[in-house]
Design a protein around this ligand. Structure first.
Ligand code: TPP
Length: 280
């Protein structure tokens, strides 16, 4: 079977609604190319989304889709995977969707090690509703709800997912398009909860509030701060502040939810058979 990249994209939905310079379309392109490279049939793939600018991603992807409520892309993905484990399930989320309103669901999907691929396009703010502060807005940065700088520390999404039990955790940026595509393909191939954070930009709000210039200069800022994990961890802790590590940050082979659930089902079947025996 050969699947073309175009088989995953809904050209009839173009032009898309994202602002000029937004990263979200770059991530959708990488998802389509990763699925095509793996030759996973579109009708065997389900994309779930919540609400937000990146929550519109399912509009442009020609797989099955479930567009849910804000912060709930992962519960929908979990339900789909539990009911139909043979399907490839991806949850596409903004940072607000995944880690702010949806934070509780993120840690539990990681803890369960459900065989889902979660992809977060992290633009450090709530883009759709006017650039409010999210859980990934760095401390001191300005948003529409933190005009003098956010007083809150931000989440490191990858550390959060590693700490919650996620088996495959990676970070890339929307500048590193080929690396993104490869990491997404590896994440999809991993059996268990796989998580890819794409460090992205929102020139319309976050960039404007923080005077980071146009989209091209935001891309450059992000590129300059991204280091391979080897380079990053060679730095002394006090030299790391302006940088973040990219690449596969954590990969661990362990039984996924479906495997463990099938074992429970077998056991339950066994108990039933025994109790039938006993009642004779
Ligand atoms: C329960 C609930 N709370 C709040 C909202 C309003 N809302 C819609 S999208 C959004 C923010 C989306 O931000 P993010 O997930 O980071 O995605 P982005 O728009 O930046 O791509 C908010 C707060 C909502 N729709 N539902």
């Amino acid at each position: 079977m050969t699947v073309a990249v175009s088989d995953y994209l809904r050209e009839d939905k173009l032009p898309h609604l994202w602002c000029g310079g937004c990263s979200h379309g770059v991530v959708v392109g990488a998802v389509a190319r990763a699925l095509a490279a793996l030759e996973i049939a579109p009708d065997q793939t389900v994309v779930t989304t919540g609400i937000g600018c990146f929550g519109k991603a399912d509009d442009y992807i020609a797989t099955h889709a479930l567009h849910g409520t804000h912060g709930r892309a992962l519960p929908f993905a979990s339900g789909v995977k539990a009911a139909a484990p043979h399907l490839t399930v991806l949850a596409l989320m903004g940072d607000g969707d995944a880690a702010t309103i949806g934070g509780n669901h993120l840690i539990h999907a990681a803890r369960r090690n459900l065989d889902i691929t979660a992809i977060v396009s992290n633009n450090n703010n709530y883009g759709m509703t006017g650039g409010q502060c999210s859980a990934t807005t760095p401390a001191g940065k300005r948003t529409s709800t933190s005009r003098y700088g956010s007083p809150e520390p931000d989440f490191d999404l990858c550390d959060l997912v590693i700490g919650s039990g996620g088996g495959f955790v990676a970070r890339t940026t929307h500048y590193h398009v080929r690396a993104m595509e490869k990491l997404i393909a590896e994440a999809i191939s991993y059996r268990g909860f796989s998580f890819v954070e794409v460090v992205a930009c929102c020139p319309t709000y976050y960039g404007r509030y923080n005077r980071e210039g146009d989209a091209a200069s935001m891309v450059k800022l992000i590129k300059d701060r991204a280091l391979s994990k080897d380079k990053y961890f060679k730095l002394a802790p006090d030299e790391r502040e302006d940088f973040f590590p990219t690449g596969k940050l954590h990969v661990e082979e362990k039984a996924d939810f479906t495997t463990r659930y099938l074992e429970v089902q077998k056991k339950a079947g066994g108990i039933k058979a025994e109790s039938k025996e006993g009642s004779r």
